[in-house]
Design a protein around this ligand. Structure first.
Ligand SMILES: Nc1ncnc2[nH]cnc12
Ligand SMILES: [Zn+2]
Length: 349
């Protein structure tokens, strides 16, 4: 492993912003800024229950995951046409490129759209075109992960998978999101088994609000390769050992956890505990338009609040590349660039 050179603390925020990184936990519908929601509502003639951008933004005061999801699904109702999905994803990808994101594995929730009469083709064509343009114009490697909504039935998830199969080459994998409590991973055992047979990569939200048991079953029943959030693992020593031993990546989202009251305060966030226990944690933005920051805001704020170091920063960026579904050649290239950035920040006095 690369020996991380000493970096003066005052230069840490600059280093966090400059280092290349992969974002592995971003819901594209959660990147819809209030301004874009209003612009799309006007373009599509959709009525919104808020009088202004400011009124909408001031409704973003959440007490738990469900209180956020209610507003998040309402915001997505302005998305009707392929160009809407393109504009949303392109806005995110430009922001990501500015934060030195070299790889983005983007979640999307097709059931939120197909249930309103928007076709899978409309959703996927818009998102896929933005990903292609990101590679060509921004140098960002971007892929899509289809998420099943866990508050809906497994039958609905199977129907969604069926609709996506004609576009199989446009998705790298599947995930599981939405209301966690009361919807354990086991509910989706058969659809995940089918996705595995199809060669799709598997991830699932687990241990955001839900208990460690949901992380165990995401691993052992769904057979996922990464856990989204997973911060509740600290309450189960045997699970911590398993995650560390198997180097199962956790896609941690500090500002999301703060805004959804998973931790009372960012200073109490357990990212440092997870890293120091040898877990392959990464930092991500989840729903940046709703939680007050994109990936670099997540890095700088959690580092300032919890006193993490340059060594942690290197580990987090390295983990993000290793945990990605990118090719080995891409990973080696990003790791080389990462070392180059760290070497530039060495103190020479
Ligand atoms: N943080 C989160 N947890 C579960 N489902 C989500 N969908 C969008 N953001 C989510
Ligand atoms: Zn999420």
């Amino acid at each position: 492993m690369f020996k991380v050179p000493p970096v003066p603390a005052r230069r840490l925020p600059e280093l966090l912003r400059a280092m290349p990184k992969a974002e592995l936990h971003i819901h594209i519908e959660g990147s819809l800024e209030p301004e874009l929601i209003f612009a799309l509502a006007q373009r599509n003639g959709v009525a919104l229950p808020y009088a202004s951008v400011e009124a909408l933004r001031s409704a973003y005061a959440f007490t738990n995951l469900q209180s956020f999801l209610d507003i998040y699904y309402a915001g997505a109702s302005v998305l009707l046409h392929e160009q809407d999905f393109y504009d949303m994803a392109w806005a995110y990808l430009q922001r990501a490129a500015a934060d030195q994101v070299v790889r983005a594995e983007i979640f999307f929730d097709p059931q939120t759209h197909t249930s309103r009469g928007v076709s899978m083709q409309t959703v996927l064509q818009g998102l896929h075109r933005a990903c292609e343009d990101a590679r060509a114009q921004l140098g960002v490697s971007a892929v899509l992960i289809l998420c099943f909504l866990r508050h809906l039935s497994e039958e609905d998830a199977f129907a969604t998978l069926e609709q996506a199969l004609p576009y199989r080459d446009r998705i790298v994998g599947v995930g599981l999101d939405s209301s966690e409590l009361g919807h354990p991973p086991e509910k989706f055992a058969r659809v995940f088994a089918r996705c595995r047979e199809l060669g799709l990569r598997l991830v699932a939200h687990a241990g955001e609000e839900g208990p460690p048991a949901y992380i165990w079953s995401a691993l052992d029943v769904l057979k996922v390769e990464r856990i989204d959030h997973g911060v509740q693992a600290v309450h189960d020593a045997a699970l911590m050992q398993r995650l560390a031993h198997d180097r199962i990546p956790l896609t941690v989202c500090p500002l999301s956890n703060q805004k959804l009251c998973v931790f009372p305060d960012l200073r109490q966030h357990n990212l440092g505990t997870l890293l120091d226990a040898g877990l392959a944690a990464t930092v991500n933005s989840d729903d940046p338009a709703y939680f007050g920051g994109y990936i670099n805001d997540n890095f700088t704020q959690v580092f300032a609040a919890t006193g993490l170091t340059a060594k942690h920063a290197y580990q987090l960026a390295f983990n993000s590349f290793e945990a990605s579904f990118a090719s080995d050649a891409e990973k080696r290239d990003w790791e080389h660039r990462l070392k180059g950035v760290f070497e530039r920040f060495v103190e020479h006095d």
